[in-house]
Design a protein. Structure first.
Lengths: 92, 235
């Protein structure tokens, strides 16, 4: 099955976007984003902390609905999911 | 007059609070002033620096070293002498925010940090007035319109502030996001169109892509979780 990952703002600069990838059935949200983010150490460090947990300000969406960071390791991705990962932008 | 006389009168009676006279506050205040919003309150604590001038179009080269509020008041009154401009040269904090917002009809977020945004979000909730959020970084920007009790608030969407950083800024991004916010203010005051509510607008200027993400209220939100939606109020 395939899913699409969309990064925004700085995450996009570091990791690209609209990444369509094959995933195995049962793969969890956190594992998927970890795998993709590891392709660029700086991108990984922007999203995950030293312990491999999502940084607390990171926003995760699955098909337009928010996923809590605390639940991301339990929630499986499903065929056709569109996943958005972004930071709030702060300037004004 | 594109809104008719009645619409223009509505704008004239309106009061909008703009938090910040920087990259977003500059275009928002200028366009709301020329649209004829009758009272504009603008707050900033900074002095104009040369490095501001690539985006903070309220301030000119000759203003370097002046207070941003003095510069803002002068420009806004020059561009529209028929409106009232209140300019406060203070840092927005818990002790002064509610008083400064006063009886304003809405708050425009032209801030550069989340702690002050969260404070303004709280004020908007307590006064039951809209909060027009905008944020930028480099070529990226985001905006949404918050109607307390109806839409997600800023804390529902962004419960945790990103870390402080010195971010690159290019003037066109706050210009574009500021125009989204100013458009929302005018639509809200005039009661026309569909507001940017329950949706986060995301702009990627580098790729010329606009996206929107649906956002929902968090019933457990520490800022607005206890508020009953207007539809449910009477039941």
């Amino acid at each position: 099955m395939t899913v699409k990952i969309r990064f925004f703002a700085r995450f996009r600069e570091l990791l690209g976007t609209d990444i369509v990838t094959d995933v195995v059935v049962g793969m969890r949200f956190t594992s998927l984003i970890t795998t993709i983010a590891k392709k660029n150490p700086e991108g990984y460090a922007a999203i995950f902390d030293e312990k491999g947990a999502f940084r607390e300000f990171v926003i995760l969406m699955k098909n337009g609905k928010r996923i809590e960071i605390a639940d991301a390791a339990k929630i499986p991705v499903e065929d056709g999911d569109e996943i958005a990962v972004f930071p709030p932008v702060a300037g004004g | 007059m594109s809104f008719g006389e009645e619409g223009q009168e509505r704008l004239k009676r309106a009061h909008i609070f703009i938090a910040g006279a920087g990259g977003i506050g500059s275009p928002v205040s200028l366009y709301l002033a020329v649209a004829g919003v009758g009272t504009i309150t603008i707050v900033d604590m900074d002095v104009v620096d040369q490095t501001n001038l690539n985006r903070q179009i309220l301030h000119f080269d000759r203003d370097i070293g002046r207070k941003k509020t003095a510069s803002a008041e002068e420009k806004l009154q020059e561009i529209n002498p028929d409106i009232t401009v209140n300019a406060f040269d203070v840092r927005i904090d818990e002790t002064n925010a509610a008083d400064m917002v006063g009886g304003a009809d809405g708050i425009v977020d032209a801030m550069d940090n989340y702690p002050t945004r969260y404070l303004l979000n709280d004020i908007a909730i307590s006064k039951e007035i809209p909060f027009f959020h905008g944020g930028i970084r480099g070529f990226y920007g985001q905006a949404t319109t918050i109607i307390p009790g109806t839409t997600p608030c800023l804390k529902c969407i962004f419960p945790k502030a990103p870390p402080d950083e010195v971010f690159p800024v290019v003037g066109v991004t706050p210009g574009l996001i500021g125009m989204v916010q100013a458009t929302e203010v005018l639509k809200y005051l005039l009661g026309i169109g569909d507001l940017l509510t329950g949706r986060l607008f995301i702009w990627d200027g580098l790729h010329a892509q606009a996206d929107e993400i649906r956002v929902e209220r968090n019933q457990g939100c520490e800022a607005c979780g206890g508020i009953i939606t207007p539809e449910r109020k009477g039941k």
